[in-house]
Every structure is written in structure tokens, then in C-alpha cells.
Design a protein around this ligand. Structure first.
Ligand SMILES: Nc1ncnc2c1ncn2[C@@H]1O[C@H](COP(=O)(O)OP(=O)(O)OP(=O)(O)O)[C@@H](O)[C@H]1O
Ligand SMILES: [Mg+2]
Length: 340
């Protein structure tokens, strides 16, 4: 939270962490604690789409600005090309002659920020989805805003490598190349903190749970706050450790499989290969092992470069992490999801 607070005094902050690590919660607490106008774009909704259009982006922005920017300030948008005011709400023209420019919306927001003496923060939650934006390069207006305007940006992402792929901060040909940013990582809780987290939660509700059960829950579920809170919530209903644990695992596994299916959208041609890699790597695997597994299954050789690309995509999407020479599931629930 301290790092995030520091970050939003500057143009660009990245908040990274695998699924269910608490990114959105952190951002929500930040917006409640800190002064400012917060424009929160939830891009999760595009997770199962294969592409996003300029229209999708503009309509989302229109909706959020109408909710987050007070009416008094929305009026200041009068005169911006492609913007009309319908009653008390702004309307953005997303196509055809005289359509709105993303950079002009940013300019207006920046003007409002200076006039009001308030910071304006645009949060792109699950920003890696913006890679799917077709026919429009968002990086140009972002770089323009970075250099010239008073807007702050927060990019969150569960698919950590995909966020870097989207922003292309290290690519000299990219508009955002070389810009400084604050990076914050939401890590899973340590075993101690996870156990304490559950204990305190139950204490608040005056529910007695045996230490054994708490430790078993943490050993089984790992340290992601998302699964721990799910367990706690289910325990309160079930009042039984085994049943609560079973339900949590089932839910986690279903969700991870669904997310994996979303990952496979647009990658159908390599679907079986991705599944094979995940299945052989549930307990960790080396490059050669996973490659052999695919070759054994297909009965032919696979090109080294192509295979590495598949493996890297799984890392970029945070299904796997690479530690030394070993690739392993990014979280214990991911391991479980591909074990059965
Ligand atoms: N620091 C925390 N303390 C207590 N509970 C937390 C904390 N962080 C997250 N949680 C709980 O964990 C759940 C998952 O968190 P959240 O949705 O913020 O994670 P996320 O990283 O945005 O996940 P997703 O990838 O699903 O978007 C939430 O329901 C929240 O209640
Ligand atoms: Mg989230």
C-alpha cells in the first residue's frame, strides 16, 4: 500500500500479481484512502473475448467517467470533439466522422485535475486484456499523456508477462520505451501470515477453529488471499473443516480451468500441447522433459523454437513460473487443477 501511494504521485504504476493475490482489493482500498478522482476500468470482462474494439474501450470509459467524475466537472467536456452531453451524462462518439479522440479525453481530464487541484488516476484493472485492442494503438496516447499531462495511470495484471508485452516498456521502438514507473507486486501470504489471517478472521466472528484445521487449510490451499477468504467464508456456512476445504478446492479448480480455457481462445491449434505441458509440469519440470512429453504424445519432433514459445506463453500468462531451470505452477491450486 505504501508503494502504491508513492507510485500514484508519478505518471505510471504497475501492480502485478497472479490471480487471486489481492490486486483489485489493494486498489480499492487505495481509492478509499487517498484523495483524488479515480477512473477504474475493469477489463476482466474482456477475458473471454478474442478481441476488443475502439468502441468497447470508449464505451467503457464513457460509463466510468459518468460514474466517477462529478456532474459539475463533466460539464467541462462541452466542446471536446466527439463528446455530447445527454441530460447529465457524457456521450462519446466512438465511430464515423468527428469521433472522439482518446488523447483529447485525457487532455480534458488533465485540465480538470489542474483546475481542481486533485489528482486523477486511471486504473486499468487486468490491463493485459488491452493487448486485444484491434485497429488502435493505445500506447501513443498513453505516452503523450505520460509526457505532457497530469494524469496518473495504474496498470494491474494477473498475466504478468502479458502486461509487459502490452506496455512494451523495454522495446526501443515502442512509444512508452524508457519511461520510469513504480512496480508493485502482490505476493501470496507466507505460511505464518496466512494462518494468522484465518485465525484473526474467525476470531472476529467468535468462531472457534482448531489450529490443526487452520494449518491444514494453509498447507492445502497455499497463501493466496483469494482462496483463504473463500475457505473462511465457506467454513462459516459449513462449520466443518473438511467440507469447507473440499468446496474451496473445487471452486478454485473450476475457476482455474475456466481461465485456462480463456487463455486457449485464439490458440486452439496448440491446445493439446499447452495441456500436455501443464500436466507434466504439475510438480515442476525442465524444458527437455516437457518437450519430450509432447513428442512422445504426437510421435513426431517439435521445433525447439516453437516449443519454447509455447512454454513462454504459459509463463507470461502466469500459469507457470520459472525458477532456475525448472518450470512449475504459479500456485498450488494451479498444480491441483492439472493433476486430476
Ligand atoms: N490483503 C487482504 N486481506 C484480506 N483479504 C484479502 C486481501 N487481499 C485480497 N483479499 C480477498 O481475496 C479475494 C481476492 O482478492 P482480489 O479480488 O483483490 O484479487 P485479485 O488479485 O484482483 O484477483 P483476480 O485475479 O481474481 O482479479 C477478495 O475477495 C478479497 O476479499
Ligand atoms: Mg482483480
Amino acid at each position: 500500500m505504501e508503494r502504491l501511494k508513492f507510485g500514484i504521485d508519478y505518471p505510471m504504476t504497475l501492480l502485478l500479481g497472479i490471480r487471486r493475490s489481492g490486486k483489485s482489493s489493494l486498489v480499492k482500498v487505495l481509492t478509499k484512502k487517498e484523495r483524488g478522482i479515480w477512473i477504474y476500468l475493469d477489463l476482466r470482462k474482456f477475458e473471454s473475448s478474442t478481441f476488443i474494439s475502439f468502441k468497447d474501450l470508449i464505451l467503457e470509459l464513457e460509463k466510468v467517467i459518468n460514474v466517477s467524475v462529478p456532474e459539475r466537472l463533466r460539464k467541462l467536456f462541452a466542446g471536446v470533439r466527439g463528446v455530447s452531453i445527454a441530460g447529465v451524462n457524457l456521450r462519446f462518439k466512438w465511430g464515423g466522422e468527428g469521433k472522439v479522440e482518446f488523447s483529447q479525453i485525457l487532455e480534458k481530464l488533465s485540465e480538470i485535475s489542474e483546475k481542481e487541484g486533485k489528482r486523477i488516476v486511471i486504473i486499468f484493472d487486468e490491463s493485459q486484456e488491452l493487448r486485444k485492442l484491434k485497429g488502435y494503438n493505445l500506447l501513443y496516447p498513453l505516452a503523450y499523456a505520460y509526457d505532457n499531462l497530469k494524469i496518473r495511470f495504474v496498470f494491474t495484471g494477473s498475466e504478468i508477462g502479458m502486461v509487459y508485452d502490452f506496455l512494451k516498456l523495454d522495446n526501443p521502438k515502442s512509444p512508452l520505451y524508457g519511461r520510469a514507473y513504480t512496480e508493485v507486486t502482490a505476493n501470496p501470504f507466507s505460511k505464518e501470515i496466512a494462518t494468522e489471517f484465518l485465525r484473526k478472521g474467525f476470531e472476529e466472528l467468535d468462531i472457534k477453529v482448531e489450529d490443526r484445521s487452520l494449518e491444514d487449510a494453509v498447507d492445502t490451499l497455499g497463501g493466496l488471499p483469494g482462496w483463504l477468504t473463500y475457505y473462511g467464508f465457506t467454513y462459516i456456512q459449513e462449520r466443518d473443516h473438511k467440507r469447507a476445504l473440499k468446496k474451496t478446492i473445487e471452486t478454485a479448480v473450476n475457476l482455474i480451468r475456466e481461465e485456462f480455457n480463456n487463455f486457449l481462445k485464439g490458440r486452439e491449434e496448440a491446445k493439446e500441447r499447452y495441456k500436455t505441458i501443464m500436466t507434466v509440469c504439475t510438480k515442476g519440470c525442465r524444458w527437455g522433459e516437457a518437450k519430450n512429453a509432447i513428442e512422445a504424445k504426437e510421435g513426431t519432433r517439435i521445433d525447439d523454437k516453437r516449443f519454447t514459445e509455447l512454454l513462454n506463453n504459459l509463463v507470461k500468462a502466469s500459469f507457470l513460473v520459472k525458477e532456475g531451470e525448472v518450470y512449475k505452477p504459479a500456485d498450488v491450486m494451479i498444480s491441483v487443477a492439472f493433476s486430476s
